[in-house]
Design a binder for this molecule. Structure first.
Ligand SMILES: [Zn+2]
Length: 65
């Protein structure tokens, strides 16, 4: 599904494989070692978003190692 994508270690945002810095927070700390793809469409109404401290719509990883 999303196995080739990278995830930002700082904000858990899922980014495209050819990206070198996170478009959300600007971090270059990206990893392939992640699990649990989740798409948050309405962060203001999402309990997951609240727990992950996410306030922007997008794709995120539940676990980043
Ligand atoms: Zn980030």
């Amino acid at each position: 599904m999303a196995e080739d994508r990278l995830v930002c270690r700082e904000c858990h945002r899922v980014v495209e494989p050819n990206v070198e810095t996170c478009p959300s927070c600007g971090s270059s700390s990206l990893t392939e070692d992640w699990a649990g793809y989740v798409y948050i469409a309405h962060p203001e109404n999402s309990q997951i978003a609240d727990e992950m401290e996410v306030d922007e719509e997008g794709a995120y990883a539940l676990k980043v190692r």
